[in-house]
Design a protein around this ligand. Structure first.
Ligand SMILES: [Mn+2]
Length: 242
């Protein structure tokens, strides 16, 4: 086995990396350096607070790209799924960091077990306003139009969308922002999976449900979260971020 490749699979999401929170970027660097037993790392969306295109030359993009490159070159497989903030990440960035872009949802084989991976936003079906925006913003037409604009204009658009998302979040009832139980069950059944891992809701937890189990990853702020899977066992861990 090459150095740096072990038997553990890690899942993280919702780091919401942004220049104004350098501590979280530093925490990602530490996290990656400490994963000596990693066989694979799955980043299940919202690695970045916003994404304006793979041509973004902002320092944080270069910094994070360098960390991920370093990690994947050491041997572990690296997978990236889009979140509702960074859904414009493209193949160019994925290739640059040695990652494979995953569809949402994706089913993986984890030590012989089928596991369903999602970001989680599509499970929040009571938030009809957001789902309407999602349908538009995930279309090829909308994305091609957005990405054809000059970088400065895209940065302005990203700030506008962030503000809209924050305003909408503060207006909406708490239960709208969580997943819909029946949607979780239907999605797991449709994919024939007894284990679901997702992020997005910032409500880290392990839920035992009728279809099996649901692991919810946590967001990174003053603490960070990861889910570790090895030898058929899952562990959800929280750690301090300085
Ligand atoms: Mn999200």
């Amino acid at each position: 086995m090459p150095e740096g490749v072990g038997n553990a699979t890690y899942f993280i999401s919702d780091l919401h990396l942004a220049p104004e929170r350098p501590g979280v970027t530093a925490a990602l660097n530490d996290f990656l350096e400490q994963r000596r037993d990693a066989r694979a790392l799955y980043i299940l969306g919202d690695l970045f607070e916003y994404w304006v295109g793979d041509d973004d030359d902002a320092p944080i993009v270069g910094e994070v790209a360098h960390m991920l490159q370093h990690f994947s070159l050491d041997g572990p497989e690296l997978y990236l799924m889009h979140g509702n903030r960074d859904f414009l990440i493209g193949e160019r960035f994925a290739t640059r960091v040695g990652a494979t872009l995953l569809d949402d949802p994706t089913v993986i084989d984890l030590d012989g077990q089928s596991v369903l991976l999602m970001h989680g936003d599509s499970l929040c079906t009571r938030d009809t306003e957001y789902l309407a925006f999602r349908a538009v913003a995930r279309s090829k037409e909308w994305q091609e139009d957005a990405l054809a604009r000059p970088l400065e204009e895209r940065r302005g658009l990203a700030q506008h969308l962030r503000q809209m998302s924050r305003d909408a979040g503060s207006r909406k009832a708490d239960d709208i922002m969580d997943v819909t139980g029946s949607e979780v069950v239907a999605t797991m059944e449709a994919h024939d999976c007894h284990t679901l891992i997702h992020g997005h809701t910032h409500r880290p937890a392990h839920h035992e449900i009728s279809t099996g189990e649901r692991w919810v990853l946590g967001d990174w702020d003053t603490t960070g979260w990861y889910l570790r899977a090895a030898e058929g066992r899952f562990e959800l861990k929280e750690f301090d971020i300085n």
